[in-house]
Design a protein around this ligand. Structure first.
Ligand SMILES: Nc1nc2c(c(=O)[nH]1)N[C@H]1C(S)=C(S)[C@@H](COP(=O)(O)OP(=O)(O)OC[C@H]3O[C@@H](n4cnc5c(=O)[nH]c(N)nc54)[C@H](O)[C@@H]3O)O[C@H]1N2
Ligand SMILES: Nc1nc2c(c(=O)[nH]1)N[C@H]1C(S)=C(S)[C@@H](COP(=O)(O)OP(=O)(O)OC[C@H]3O[C@@H](n4cnc5c(=O)[nH]c(N)nc54)[C@H](O)[C@@H]3O)O[C@H]1N2
Ligand code: SF4
Ligand SMILES: [Mo]
Length: 723
């Protein structure tokens, strides 16, 4: 018998509403849910084929313990007992920091994962927490904290009223419009505005799919957006184009920003970013005088050692030209849950890493520091690690160093669907539950959507009996380690009592779990039409629920700075910008004359989904794109085997000659080169493409966001002699 379930895809933040057709316990079809009032227009092949991962032939369906070079299935009791006792021993022999965790991007798409993981890490008292932020969005958190007073204050884009889009370091035609904000169908809506006369400017070293549709493509030099944006800010001030009212009323620090801009020389900035001075001037004038405009900065800006300054100047430009909280600019969406207030209630950790002395950013340390924290002896050396929804050997810098470090751990536990590159040394593989198999309440991120939106994503099928959700694993570990979850005394005993009650009555809902937190979340949200949402109201909206019209006027109230004004020139950002201005523009060294750029594909999701049959034309992810002029000089023809080398590593690929990069820039897609192992069947690992991050040095990092130069590594390219 077939049935349909309305839910949402949790592969990326676009959170597309989907209709899942189920026959028995099998998904037979996934289609966009066109009755969803908010999110289905980005629907893509990744969502359409989501069941292929559920039914992956190499999926782990029971806990697996390493025995020598093979794995054997075990029960959950055995897994939890063994992991808990080994972790407790590690802590007893040293201190809580000896146990750590790395969590990756998909952890954020579950409404329970990170909450319970942190509850368990708090229970242990460990500060060894590593997250995906330092290879993604830390710059945005650092900027939001300093300018707006909360690291979660992410402005959303009012695309439907915008006349001038300045899109810096983003390729929404491929990635959809999401990164700490979700604008469903954002790129299509932007193109609709263009058809009505709006201007799109794309700033990207590559002529991407988005750049190809833009009115103007500025092929900026990698990592030099800060220079371009500072140049635009300078022209705005020099020509008196700033928004006088907002500069006086909304912002503080205007004079400091003006002083910084005055010190900079426009010709120098133009040379740094590789764009003509006249172009910077005309973009500045057009932007500042447009009726409605916005700058949007994204991962192309953040994934460099200059990322925070670039991100900051994008926000600053919006503020000084009066684009905040105005139609066609960026506004604050209160959503249903006041996540800013909630995050303020959780005290920020003061933990510093023992080797670097650096603090956490947004609740986690930088991935670049993890290998040394594992391998360097001393108190607090990490000896046991959980990888929760992550593949840092492929997604992070210097994967080879991390791989070596992971190999030396006393205990490595991976929670995932399949055993990937980063899990190859795991002592335990714990099978996770796919979003098609679990319920998630989309409410915590409701203030990042461009409409006030809540959706309860129901599970479509039952998980394999041996798979478990992460929250459950963390609760079980806390209980087995006799450390109170969330550091709340008595909570473990209470949880055990609820489990017993559920067992005795046969009512599963009695057991403490995320659904309890979901109900508290709903009960403490904002009032909608005079009252708070009830569980049954949410369940009565299976297609998702837009709670009201888009509103302006919430930005100022949401600011968490003491005076409720935007700090437009935080001193640490100004100082960093001065350092960048004082240093000579970075030039590739003679032995590594090319800059390595990066691409994302519509049908990949970072380092996963690359292995799904039917999603990828063969050969993708294995080529390096070289500009025809460079190829000619190097004597490289289309299809030749070439070696790309950096200071720390080398990879071999096939050359593809194309003018998508500018001369001096070569492209290798991010996310490939992750093996998928077969711990159950024992057949050889499947391998797809090449890991370009093996070329990326973990140091230096942006001192503010702790992000390395993921997309601006200097490399050499040479033909491989195949004779
Ligand atoms: N050079 C370069 N590097 C980059 C980027 C780039 O553009 N260029 N992009 C960066 C970005 S934006 C990001 S977000 C990071 C990603 O970095 P990571 O988050 O570390 O890695 P992912 O590739 O997203 O791998 C996610 C893993 O989680 C698993 N998974 C998926 N869903 C679940 C689930 O529900 N439960 C569990 N337990 N596991 C799950 C997948 O199978 C996969 O193994 O990479 C960054 N690295
Ligand atoms: N299909 C697909 N969609 C995704 C993802 C995916 O892996 N696949 N990942 C999701 C995730 S986790 C995230 S964080 C978002 C990211 O969403 P986006 O930030 O839009 O990411 P990209 O599409 O990689 O676009 C970044 C662009 O920045 C450019 N760039 C690189 N260096 C520089 C630079 O120095 N300056 C400038 N101006 N540009 C530069 C790159 O060439 C690239 O075109 O996408 C999400 N959506
Ligand atoms: S992966 Fe595709 S279908 Fe899923 S949420 Fe993202 S854009 Fe939508
Ligand atoms: Mo990301």
């Amino acid at each position: 018998m077939t049935r349909t379930v309305h839910t949402f895809c949790r592969y990326c933040l676009a959170a597309c509403g989907v209709t899942v057709t189920v026959d028995g316990n099998r998904v037979t079809k996934i289609a966009p849910d066109k009755q969803n009032p908010h999110t289905w227009r980005d629907f893509c092949a990744k969502g359409r084929t989501a069941a292929a991962l559920v039914e992956h032939p190499r999926r782990i369906v029971a806990p697996m313990r390493r025995v020598g070079d093979t794995y054997v299935e075990a029960t959950w009791e055995e897994a939890i007992d063994d992991i808990a006792s080994r972790m407790s021993a590690v802590i007893d022999a040293d201190c809580p920091d000896a146990v750590g965790a790395y969590y990756g991007n998909p952890a954020g798409f579950s409404s329970s994962n990170i909450v319970f993981m942190n509850g368990w890490l708090d229970a242990l008292g460990t500060g060894s927490r590593y997250g995906v932020g330092s290879i993604d969005q830390n710059a945005m958190h650092v900027v939001a904290q300093a300018m707006y007073g909360s690291m979660l204050m992410a402005p959303v884009s009012d695309v439907d009223n915008c006349d001038y889009f300045l899109l810096v370091g983003t390729n929404p035609a491929v990635s959809a419009w999401n990164w700490l904000e979700t604008v469903p169908g954002g790129w299509r809506r932007t193109l609709d505005r263009q058809a009505q006369g709006a201007t799109i400017v794309v700033v990207d070293p590559l002529r991407t799919e988005s750049a190809a549709k833009a009115d103007l493509h500025l092929a900026v030099r990698a990592a030099q957006d800060w220079a371009l944006l500072l140049g635009i800010v300078k022209v705005v001030f020099d020509e008196g184009l700033e928004h006088r009212g907002d500069c006086a009323e909304l912002a503080t620090g205007i004079e400091d920003l003006r002083a910084l801009a005055a010190e900079a020389d426009l010709d120098d900035l133009a040379a740094r970013c590789g764009l003509p001075r006249g172009q910077i001037e005309s973009v500045a004038r057009d932007f500042a005088t447009a009726r409605a405009a916005m700058v949007v900065t994204r991962t192309g800006v953040s994934m460099h050692v200059t990322g925070t300054v670039g991100e900051w100047l994008g926000h600053a430009l919006n503020v000084i030209t009066g684009r905040m909280d105005r139609p066609g600019g960026r506004r604050f969406e209160p959503g249903y849950v006041d996540t800013i207030r909630m995050s303020g209630m959780v005290g920020a950790s003061t933990h510093r890493n023992r080797l670097s002395g650096r603090p956490m950013v947004a609740g986690a340390h930088a991935l670049s520091e993890l290998p040394a924290e594992i391998t360097t002896p001393g108190r607090g050396q990490i000896r046991a690690l959980v990888i929760n929804c992550g593949n840092p050997v492929v997604s992070g810098p210097d994967g080879a160093a991390l791989d070596r470090a992971l190999a030396g751990l006393d205990l490595l536990v991976a929670i995932d669907f399949v055993q990937r590159e980063s899990h190859r040394h795991a002592h335990w593989l714990l099978p996770a539950v796919h979003w098609l198999e679990r319920d998630d309440l989309l409410a915590f991120t409701s203030s990042m959507h461009d409409e006030s939106y809540v959706h309860y994503g129901a599970q479509a099928v039952d998980p394999p009996p041996g798979a478990r959700q992460e929250w459950r694993i963390f609760v079980d570990l806390a209980i087995a380690m006799r450390r109170p979850l969330f550091r709340a005394r008595g909570l473990n005993t209470f949880i055990r009592a609820t489990r017993e009650a559920a067992r005795l009555t046969g009512r599963r809902g009695l057991e403490f779990g995320p659904h309890w937190i979901d109900r508290v979340t709903l009960a403490t949200g904002r009032k909608v039409n005079g009252r708070r949402l009830r569980w049954r109201d949410v369940r009565a909206h299976p297609h998702g629920w837009v709670l009201g019209p888009r509103e302006f006027g919430h930005f100022r109230d949401a600011l968490r700075t003491p005076d409720h004004r935007v700090r437009v020139a935080p001193p640490e950002f100004v100082a960093r910008a001065r350092d960048l201005l004082a240093a000579p523009p970075p030039e590739p060294p003679a032995q590594f004359p090319f800059t390595l750029a990066n691409r994302r594909r519509r049908h990949s999701m970072n380092s996963w989904l690359n292995e799904l049959p039917g999603l990828h034309p063969s050969g993708k992810g294995t080529d390096v794109v070289i500009h025809p002029d460079d190829a000619r000089r190097l004597g490289i023809a289309d299809g030749d085997r070439v070696r790309v080398r950096s200071r720390i590593g080398g990879v071999d690929l096939t050359a593809s000659i194309d003018d998508e990069p500018r001369p001096g820039v070569v492209i290798i897609d991010h996310g490939w080169g992750s093996r998928v192992f077969d711990p159950r069947g024992g057949t050889p690992a499947e391998s797809f493409g090449v890991n370009r991050n093996l070329l990326v040095d973990a140091e230096p990092v942006d001192p503010l966001s702790q992000t390395p130069a993921l997309n601006s590594t200097f490399v050499a390219v040479e033909k491989v002699d195949q004779s």
